[in-house]
Structure formats: structure tokens, C-alpha cells
Ligand binder design. Structure first.
Ligand SMILES: Cc1cc2nc3c(=O)[nH]c(=O)nc-3n(C[C@H](O)[C@H](O)[C@H](O)COP(=O)(O)OP(=O)(O)OC[C@H]3O[C@@H](n4cnc5c(N)ncnc54)[C@H](O)[C@@H]3O)c2cc1C
Length: 440
């Protein structure tokens, strides 16, 4: 059977959904193909102990403006589906001091200056070093001609050990999922600029109060279908046909049945590692393939620990340092899953060699320092996303593909494309909107 669509989008992650929603909004007839049984890609709900959790605890920030605006387009109430927490960071070091930083209701960047000058756990030399960091970034307009590692940036600006360990490194790991030794300073500075230099609210932390599928993907699918589009789940695109350098159709496989869909416009919104098979036949795209082959990937592990319902952290999110555990979230505080703590570990490390039981026990022991009495663990669940994100390394922006390709009607979207952002929901959404704009 052959169908005709204005635009075919491949992949119903946040990038593909963003592209499909924007095109639908502009009156295009869109069909979206997703190989998995549900939409959402790397940001989706999974079930644990009869309730929904996420494939990885996610955190958004106020500067994710495109993400927030698109959620509203598909009918999500962002005030109730996200808990907005004015910047309040507590990072507890197992061996030494605790950092507590709270931004007051002052315009940016005064809120950050005030937060740094009043932060608990910092000495005068740390505060001065942090201010010098901000001044250096501003002087360089948040971009260096020659990209360097985040670690070199810290050295160049005289950041103290305490600042690096308790503030900058946790921020780098959580936003870029890349160790500071390898992470791109230019990407880090771009996120820093968006979060801290425009509006005070940009630095707010936004924690989902609903599972990730209900935060955007489910509503996006409904929006597309309610407006004349079609979303095909469990449908893998096997091939993109091109004639005379122009896209003509795609072939999909659903339940072992091949089907062709005619279209002159295709947006490929898969993760980078899945794109190779789709474009391998098209020698015009060899340069894209070559660049993607240079990408490395980093894992993210989330350990869910269920304690008795009255177990509570002092605040929704607490950082840990000198431990395997990096951030602990109290899901009782923001999504009514009382006693459920999610612990996030970004990047590779010794935890990847541990089996789930050993890792759970280690994390359970580590987060005991957040309570006066160690709570009893009743259930646990470990999710390892081995290729959670591309590694956002030095000079990565030089090899990230653009949204347009040299084949007419073929566009790319995905967090790995040239957004200037690390692999984040905002990066994914921005890439989808950019690809849709090219289509339009
Ligand atoms: C554990 C974890 C924690 C994270 N934490 C955060 C966070 O706190 N904040 C944040 O902003 N970001 C976070 N991220 C990153 C964020 O989730 C990703 O950047 C974003 O979801 C990527 O979206 P995408 O649409 O670009 O790609 P994907 O989500 O990978 O979507 C691609 C889709 O394409 C489908 N597909 C692949 N091949 C085909 C084919 N041939 N045919 C049809 N479909 C196909 C896949 O099944 C998938 O659904 C995290 C990611 C993970 C994994």
C-alpha cells in the first residue's frame, strides 16, 4: 500500500515530536514513525512497582524556553506539570564541607552574585574566584575562538578546588554528562550564559511532577493525531528512497510487513548511532556519517530506592560529592511518590562494572548521610542508559551536523545536531523546530 504525506518524521523522541508538532501546527500533513512501542525516546516513562517512573530522572531549567513553549502548544500546563524551584543548590561532600547556595529574588546576574557571596561553605578566595570566572566568560562573550576543556577553563580562571568539586563539576556533569577533563568549554559557557545572564527565572530548576511520557510525548502524539497527522508506533523505517537527489519515499517495517510511503520531505530524528543505517546508501551524506563516527557516548544510571512513605529529604534535590551518587531527588516532594528517592550517576565510572545489587547497596549506603537515621530499603530498581547522551567534548560543535542536508527534502533533527546545546531536552526540541523550519 502507498500513502502520501507532506512530511515523514522518523523517530518520536522529543526532537521528532517537536518537529511533527510544529509542522502540524503550520498545516502540514505529517506522519511520524517510531520503532519503539511508545513515544518519548530517551525521555519516557517506565513502570516500577505498579507506578510510573522515568527511564532516567530528568531536570529542566527555566532557560528551556522552546521546550516550555512547545509543551504549552500541545496543552500541557507547565505550572502544574513542573515544580519550579528557585535556584537552591546543596552539595554535600562525604569527606569535607557542604556547599549551600541560594539565589534571592534579584534580577540576573545580581541573583547569582548575591548567591555566591552568601553561599555557605565558600571562603573569600572561592567567592572571588567565582566572580572572576563570570567576568572571564563575559569578557569573552561566552565563546572562545579555540575551544578548550572545561577543566582547562577552570584552571585558566583560577577556580579553587572547593568551587570545582562542589559547584562547577556537578553543574558540568549534570548539564553535559561529560567529565570536565573532556567537556567542551564553549558548550558549557553557552548553557551558563542562558541560565545565569538573562532573566532570574532562567536559572530556576524545573522538576517534573508527572512522568516524562505525560510531560510532553503523549500530549504531542494526541496533538498531531487530533490535527490530521498519524503516529505509527512499533514501525521502524528501513530505508529512505532518493531519486535524482530528491527524497521520494520511505519504507517502513511493522510486524514484519514492509510498506512504502511516498513523500518529498523527511526529517530523520533518531539518535546519532541509529542514523548510519538510514543514510549509508547515500554517498552524498558520507561527510555526515564520518562526523557521526567520531561521536563518543556517555551513560547515565538512575537508581530508584523505595523507603517507607514518611522518608523525606530536606529538599527536593541534593548533590553529593566524593561518592558514586551525584544527585538525589525526593520524588515524594515533587510527584507524590512518597519515600521514593531517585539517585542519578552521570558518565562512566566504577559503577558501570558493578552488578545492580552491589550498586544499589553502595548508593543506599551513600545516601544514608542525608538522613539522621539510615532508612530501611524496601525495594529498588536500577536503569542503565548506556548511550544516554553523546559526549559533549572539546570541538564537538565543529562536527555536529546541520539540520539541512545536501539531499533535497532530507533534514536532520536530534539533540546531537548543531544546536550549540549539550544533549538535553531543550537541545532536542530546538533541533526539531529548526528542522521543521527548513521544511516549511
Ligand atoms: C538517563 C537520562 C537522563 C537524562 N537527563 C536529562 C536531564 O536531566 N535534562 C535534560 O534536558 N536532558 C536529559 N537527558 C537527555 C535527553 O533525554 C535527550 O537529549 C533527549 O531525550 C534526546 O531526544 P532526541 O529526540 O534527540 O533522541 P531520542 O530520544 O533518542 O529519540 C530518537 C527516537 O528515534 C527512534 N528510532 C531510531 N531509529 C528509528 C528508525 N529507524 N525508525 C523509527 N524510529 C527510530 C528511537 O526509538 C527513539 O525513540 C537525559 C537522557 C537520559 C538517557
Amino acid at each position: 500500500m502507498t500513502n502520501k504525506y507532506d512530511v515523514v518524521v522518523i523517530g518520536a523522541g522529543w526532537a521528532g515530536l517537536a518537529a511533527a508538532v510544529r509542522l502540524t501546527e503550520r498545516g502540514f500533513k505529517v506522519s511520524l514513525f517510531e520503532s519503539a512501542k511508545q513515544a518519548g525516546g530517551r525521555a519516557r516513562a517506565v513502570s516500577f512497582d505498579n507506578h510510573n517512573v522515568d527511564n532516567g530522572q530528568h531536570l529542566l531549567i527555566g532557560a528551556y524556553t522552546e521546550c516550555l513553549s512547545l509543551m504549552q502548544t500541545v496543552g500541557i500546563n507547565t505550572s502544574t506539570s513542573l515544580k519550579r524551584l528557585p535556584l537552591l543548590l546543596t552539595v554535600i561532600d562525604k569527606k569535607s564541607s557542604t556547599l549551600k547556595l541560594k539565589a534571592p529574588a534579584l534580577p540576573a546576574p545580581l541573583h547569582l552574585l548575591y548567591a555566591l557571596f552568601t553561599a555557605k561553605g565558600l571562603k573569600l578566595k572561592d567567592r572571588i574566584a567565582a566572580i572572576n570566572f563570570g567576568l572571564y566568560l563575559k569578557k569573552n562573550n561566552y565563546q572562545l575562538e579555540q575551544d578548550i576543556s572545561v577543566e582547562t577553563l577552570f584552571q585558566r580562571t583560577g577556580q579553587t578546588d572547593i568551587l570545582v568539586r562542589l559547584l562547577w563539576e556537578p553543574l558540568c556533569l549534570s548539564t553535559m554528562n561529560t567529565p570536565i577533563k573532556a567537556a567542551s568549554a564553549n558548550v558549557f559557557m553557552n548553557v551558563f550564559k542562558d541560565a545565569f545572564t538573562n532573566k532570574r527565572k532562567d536559572a530556576d530548576l524545573l522538576v517534573p511532577t508527572v512522568d516524562l511520557s505525560n510531560l510532553f510525548p503523549n500530549a504531542a502524539v494526541k496533538y498531531i493525531e487530533d490535527h490530521g497527522g498519524k503516529v505509527y508506533l512499533k514501525s521502524r523505517i528501513e530505508n529512505i528512497e532518493v531519486d535524482n537527489n530528491q527524497v521520494t519515499s520511505v519504507t517502513t517495517k511493522t510486524d514484519n510487513t514492509l510498506q512504502t510511503f511516498n513523500t518529498s520531505k523527511v526529517i530523520v530524528a533518531t539518535a546519532p548511532q541509529n542514523i548510519k543505517k538510514l543514510i549509508a546508501d547515500h554517498s552524498e551524506l558520507n561527510n555526515i556519517n564520518k562526523n557521526i563516527e567520531q561521536f563518543n557516548y556517555e551513560p547515565i544510571v538512575t537508581v530508584y530506592l523505595q523507603y517507607s512513605k514518611n522518608t523525606r529529604l530536606k529538599q527536593a534535590m541534593v548533590g553529593l560529592s566524593s561518592t558514586l551518587s551525584q544527585w538525589a531527588f525526593d520524588r515524594g516532594i515533587f510527584c507524590n511518590q512518597n519515600g521514593l528517592i531517585s539517585v542519578v550517576i552521570s558518565c562512566n565510572g566504577p559503577h558501570m562494572a558493578m552488578d545492580d545489587d552491589t550498586l544499589t547497596q553502595t548508593v543506599h549506603d551513600e545516601i544514608a548521610m542525608l538522613f539522621t537515621t539510615k532508612p530501611a530499603l524496601t525495594k529498588s530498581f536500577v536503569i542503565r542508559e548506556k548511550r544516554a547522551t553523546f559526549a559533549c567534548t572539546v570541538n564537538i560543535n565543529d562536527i555536529r551536523p546541520k539540520n539541512e542536508t545536501s539531499i533535497k527534502g532530507l533534514f536532520l533533527a536530534g539533540d546531537y545536531t548543531d544546536t550549540g546545546y549539550p544533549a538535553t531536552l531543550e537541545g532536542a526540541v530546538r533541533s526539531g523546530l529548526a528542522a521543521a523550519k527548513h521544511c516549511i
